[in-house]
Write a protein that binds this ligand. Sequence first.
Ligand SMILES: *Cc1c(COP(=O)(O)O)cnc(C)c1O
Length: 450
Amino acid sequence: MRELLAETAVRAARYASGIATRRVFPSPAEVERLQALGGPLPECSSDPATVLALLDDIGSPATVATTGGRYFGFVTGGTLPAALAANWLAATWDQNAAFSVMSPVAAKLEEIALAWLRDIFKLPETCGAGFVTGATMANFAALAAARHALLARQGWKGEEDGLFGAPALRVVVSVEAHVSLLKALSLLGLGSARVTTVPADNQGRMRPAELPTLDDRTIVCIQAGNVNTGAFDPANEICSVAHDAGAWVHVDGAFGLWASAAPSRAHLTNGIPDADSWATDCHKWLNVPYDSGIAFVRQPENLRNAMAISAAYLPQRDVREPMQYTPEASRRARGVEVWAALKSLGRQGLAELIERNCRLAEHFAEGLRRANYPVLNDAVLNQVLVSFGDAEMTRRVIERVQSDGTCWCGGTQWHGQSAMRISVSSWATTEDDVERSLTAILRAAESLAG
Ligand SMILES: *Cc1c(COP(=O)(O)O)cnc(C)c1O
């Protein structure tokens, strides 16, 4: 075991030190070589070191270099050194985080991380939370708590009696709601299309003046950080209107919630803490390894009641049991890396990480504008949308940028226009990475224009 782990460390260190000089997306030949990992199920056992060597030799070159500084696709964080190291150690521990009796350390680290996160996001000290796989499941868990609370208020036991014949709940979303939120609604039986959709402005912010009449059977879903523009729904106004009517406000803050850690961006999150539930990701802007998201709920009992199970053999104790707050029972100890990331960054380090990414996004926007390519959004956070002309030209530029390998950016549609989307979310991205990437992007655009 000792030798194998040492060998793994050597291979991992080699991978990490090569990340800055390799192609960001693997070459077609490197992807093709993955065939070598297949074939029929082996009849006989292999030495673990041989398995590891094959995985590294064939697998490592076919990875996407998301831990380097020049991956700007989707909204993708890298992994902080302390978070990666903690992840290794935690994998060695192999703890089941379901119950505190199964892993006192996993349970304790969740509690500590939770207190720190409530502080960062300015959430109520009493709010409860579950450590889930990502923002999709965080939206799911938080909306399950909302469903529970609103049905209970009507005297209906949703968890026991289901939704058939239940008092109807209404869900209000922005036209800009993230698809994962709609998926969460579909999994919850609330319906992804059975929603009232509110229009948004040119940055994708919900227009509060166009909210329908709300009541105490309504869940209003708002967004902190639009996946295209980075814009925030006006939470102050929406929370105030919604709460006057007795409605529940849920915030999808997959990456945007982290703006509250950065002094120059914190104003964007004004009013967000007034909501009733919040979903966020840690594998995006906190830069911990996959998978890691958190669902927060103002009144913990709503989340607990929505997630409750009981059986004679399960511990019923007074302490916070992690699985009382999550859809999952057995799961890995996600709190370990969240704790390690926050412990290593501290308040200042986290602020610096968010500030730096936002500054570098501005830098991208300026460089593109200077070259006369229209930036389609106000780059208020870490997201930049740029057009290179018509849809076909923008598509070809994106394709050339991706195949060039210097950096990786994806495409999107914004208000009927095709755009390339740049998301600066990694702790590893430097000024130099942005300069090199800008040069590669402009080279691709100019070579196609000429
Ligand atoms: C990324 C994202 C999600 C989904 O998060 P996963 O971690 O992929 O489940 C939801 N909402 C927003 C706004 C996002 O950016």
